[in-house]
Design a protein around this ligand. Structure first.
Ligand code: ATP
Ligand code: PRP
Length: 239
């Protein structure tokens, strides 16, 4: 007999707007939300609509650039959001972050060319995360020049733009294929649910059951990952 899962509507999740990132997190998020009764197609529709909904579940989704998710939630344009910890660490937001979803797992790391001697000047660090990188080197008491880049960060040490990079590493494959190695881990990253503080109070009856439903779904996802040999291999090669 097929497993019967409670829908968010049955749990009380009505009229809740959730800001979600439209990149690599969307599919794992759809897998996770399916466990709490949200139709996958509601999130993964093959079209260019940016606002989608699952009427039965009583939730609508705003598809956003990852960096914009906390902004929509902080200002109340969305009640909840899903965002990587990297985004929350890079800028300050007034948000409540009650649930770690355990998806989008990767690490913020320092990487560069192997066996490169220390430069005879201030260390240059290229990154999409200038605040995280600056805070890391400030904690270590190392003066650095931060060079902001938007992507393809791995090119910076190869071309001489910078000595090292601070970037996200998941499998380590991008580093490996570009001849770079990791030097240190700054922090672990995963995607969390963030909530608008006012909505949490005013829409408590609708939001609390969603957060409660996501907790066990998250735990199931984490267990599945732990059981996967592929996942273990991937994380070892990142070091
Ligand atoms: N290689 C990765 N493996 C796992 N998670 C990652 C990886 N890179 C990024 N993430 C996580 O996924 C989130 C979204 O990343 P994604 O690559 O979809 O967007 P982006 O490249 O940051 O933004 P943009 O849409 O502007 O390209 C990041 O904020 C981070 O938490
Ligand atoms: O360890 P891996 O599994 O190889 O993943 C790491 C890569 O993923 C991210 O880049 P993304 O794919 O988002 O491209 P970007 O250069 O546009 O940021 C990150 O910036 C690394 O380049």
């Amino acid at each position: 007999m097929p497993e019967k899962r409670p829908t968010l509507r049955a749990l009380g999740g009505r009229g809740v707007t959730i800001a979600v990132p439209k990149g690599r997190i969307l599919k794992p998020l759809a897998d996770l939300l399916e466990k709490v009764g949200v139709r996958r197609e509601a999130l993964l529709a093959d079209d260019r609509t940016l606002m989608r909904e699952d009427r039965e579940a009583g939730v609508s989704f705003l598809l956003l650039k990852p960096d914009d998710v906390p902004t929509y939630v902080e200002y109340g344009a969305a009640d909840l959001g899903v965002v990587g910890r990297d985004v929350l660490l890079e800028r300050e937001y007034d948000l409540y972050a009650p649930v770690d979803l355990g998806i989008g797992r990767c690490r913020m790391m320092v990487a560069g060319l192997p066996d490169r001697p220390a430069p005879p000047r201030t260390l240059r660090v290229a990154t999409k995360f200038p605040n995280i990188a600056a805070a890391h080197y400030a904690r270590r008491g190392i003066p650095v020049e931060i060079i902001f880049v938007q992507g393809s960060v791995e090119l910076a040490p190869i071309t001489g733009l910078a000595d090292v990079i601070v970037d996200l590493v998941e499998s380590g494959e991008t580093l490996r294929q570009n001849g770079l190695v990791t030097f240190e881990t700054i922090c672990d990253v995963s995607s969390v649910v963030v909530a608008n503080r006012a909505a949490l109070k005013l829409k408590r009856d609708a939001i609390a059951p969603i957060l409660a439903a996501l907790e066990p779904a998250r735990a199931a996802t984490t267990d599945a990952r732990t059981a996967s040999p592929g996942t273990r291999r991937a994380s070892r090669s990142a070091g």
